[in-house]
Design a protein around this ligand. Structure first.
Ligand SMILES: Cc1cc2nc3c(=O)[nH]c(=O)nc-3n(C[C@H](O)[C@H](O)[C@H](O)COP(=O)(O)OP(=O)(O)OC[C@H]3O[C@@H](n4cnc5c(N)ncnc54)[C@H](O)[C@@H]3O)c2cc1C
Ligand SMILES: NC(=O)c1ccc[n+]([C@@H]2O[C@H](COP(=O)([O-])OP(=O)(O)OC[C@H]3O[C@@H](n4cnc5c(N)ncnc54)[C@H](O)[C@@H]3O)[C@@H](O)[C@H]2O)c1
Length: 467
């Protein structure tokens, strides 16, 4: 069995370690900041835990429409308590993962690793680990997995100070809600925080470099979200690139590239990430990084160098926890000589955890509209759904896309309060090459929001599908 050394303990690294150990590999995992990685400690898990608290206020706000009078103003937020919950849940999950790794025999080291091969082309790679206790160790391994993730991008004129100018990892240090939050960047991270703080009752201004939020998401979905946020009082400043963010006497000042200015009490920078790939000794062993600093990999996570694999955000493939984990597992199956299918991004389901949520899977409407992918499409507003009416939901929709000739489902989008859950039947259909007839003939519960998924599929069935 090869010796396996994994650098980075996020979903890419720890999922790889679990499968490798379960298949008999002798595995060491080195992580500098905490098992679970940035995913569990700073990014995905904390943000979704925070959003869970904001959702309580959303439900209270909507209660009056359903005949239950609650004044949302009475629902005061103890930000310190919310943030303490966020931090302790993240730490608990990190401990759980460490325990699982140790239970299957993975050796876990806390420290910073880098490749130090003295010669290229050797059967074993050499890794130097600077341990957290100040000591050093040199380890040899036939298989190395680089799974070092990414860090918030810092704009030269807008360096976070952790007090008023924040990146998304620093927001949990606030004890009091901002009086007026300016979010810079309208990608998924920016959109989620705009939605969450708005639900908390904080006035929010969004500085968006594009003509719409969520430029990589379904346009109809992004417009629904923009409409909802505008109704909730969010100020959207479009075509606005932030050049500088500075402290003022009582807050912050954002200066845009066209000299417009935006003021607020706090700024939250959500301007993307950079891969953690420097100081890893990659060039020394013969791995060249691309222009963005990412490690290039093939569909079974191999780098240019034999025995060295990479997975997760450091590869820039699709920065999602689920994809990172799959890349990590695939790398280990391949390294251990197990049968493995190359990664398929066309079946990845993902969600934006705003209110409403936006979830999608498979091909996009943009690819269909551009003529790249031939498809039949349907978009069903949720306000026709009986369960949605009962719950007072007015916005949202279900879209399904299928192949013109066969009716095989190739993608879909759901915009709804729990779209992240509702996308699963569409994802199952895409993953398993099911047709719209298969979906339509599946019993959905009456009344349910998934009834709109089966109804959308029914609308895509053609007369000859009924034969
Ligand atoms: C705000 C936010 C919310 C998100 N929400 C979601 C979500 O809801 N769903 C979803 O699927 N994805 C989400 N993502 C994306 C997800 O967090 C990432 O795709 C995921 O963390 C990638 O996992 P990873 O294993 O590649 O890296 P990471 O989770 O970043 O872990 C890498 C680890 O390697 C360590 N490391 C780095 N260098 C070294 C070194 N030299 N030696 C040792 N250790 C090292 C790091 O300290 C870190 O602990 C979100 C991202 C952000 C920014
Ligand atoms: N729910 C989830 O699954 C989830 C949540 C958050 C992030 N993620 C993952 O992380 C990826 C990255 O998302 P992200 O939002 O962190 O980064 P991103 O790179 O997608 O978005 C950053 C945005 O900031 C803008 N920007 C950059 N510089 C700017 C400036 N000076 N002024 C104004 N705007 C500026 C960019 O144009 C871009 O639209 C996502 O694609 C997703 O895969 C997933």
């Amino acid at each position: 069995m090869p010796r396996i050394l994994i650098i980075g303990g996020g979903p890419a690294g720890y999922e790889a370690a679990l499968v490798a150990a379960q298949h008999g590999g002798k595995v060491t995992l080195v992580d500098s900041d905490g098992v679970g990685g940035a995913c569990v400690l700073y990014d995905c898990v904390p943000s979704k835990t925070f959003i869970a608290s904001t959702g309580v206020r959303t439900d209270l706000r909507r209660a009056t429409d359903l005949g239950v009078s609650v004044d949302p103003a009475d629902a005061t937020v103890s930000l310190a308590t919310v943030n303490e919950r966020v931090r302790s849940l993240a730490k608990a999950q990190s401990s759980d993962i460490r325990a699982r790794l140790q239970a299957v025999g993975v050796r876990v080291l806390t420290g910073r690793a880098q490749l130090t091969d003295e010669m290229r082309g050797m059967a074993a790679h050499q890794v130097h680990v600077e341990l957290a206790d100040g000591t050093d160790r040199v380890l040899d391994a036939e298989v190395v997995l680089i799974a070092t993730g990414a860090s918030p991008r810092v704009l030269p004129g807008a360096v976070p100070d952790g007090e008023r100018i924040l990146d998304w990892r620093q927001v949990y240090d606030l004890d009091v809600l901002p009086e007026h939050l300016v979010v810079v960047g309208s990608g998924v991270t920016g959109a989620e925080f705009v939605s969450a703080y708005t639900e908390m009752g904080v006035p929010v201004t969004l500085v968006s470099s594009r003509d719409r939020m969520l430029p990589h998401e379904d346009e109809d979905a992004a417009l629904v979200l923009e409409g909802t946020l505008a109704d909730r009082g969010v100020q959207l400043v479009k075509h606005a690139r932030a050049d500088r963010v500075e402290r003022t006497d009582d807050g912050i000042l954002v200066t845009l590239s066209d000299d417009r200015t935006v003021t607020g009490s706090h700024a939250l920078l959500c301007v993307g990430s950079v891969p953690n790939t420097d100081e890893l000794g990659l060039e020394r062993v013969g791995i060249t990084l691309d222009r963005g600093g990412y490690v290039a990999v093939d569909r079974v996570s191999r780098t240019q160098v034999s025995g060295i694999y990479a997975a997760g955000d450091c590869t820039g493939l699709l920065p999602l926890a689920s994809v990172a984990a799959m890349q990590g597992r695939i790398a280990m199956y391949h390294a251990l000589g197990e049968g493995v299918s190359p990664i398929r991004l066309k079946t990845v389901a993902s969600a934006v955890f705003t209110r409403p949520e936006i979830a999608n899977v498979g091909v996009s409407q943009a690819a269909i509209d551009s003529g790249k992918v031939p498809a039949r499409t349907v978009m069903l507003p949720l306000n026709t759904n009986p369960r949605a009416k009962m719950s007072g939901l007015r916005r949202g929709f279900v879209k399904i896309f299928c192949r013109p000739a066969t009716g095989v489902v190739i993608g879909g989008v759901v915009v709804a309060p729990i779209a992240s859950e509702l996308i699963l039947p569409v994802a199952m259909a895409v993953q398993n090459n099911l047709t719209v007839t298969d979906l339509a003939q599946t019993f959905s519960v009456y009344p349910s929001l998934t009834g709109s998924v089966t109804e959308a599929a029914r609308q895509l069935m053609r007369h000859d599908d009924l034969d």
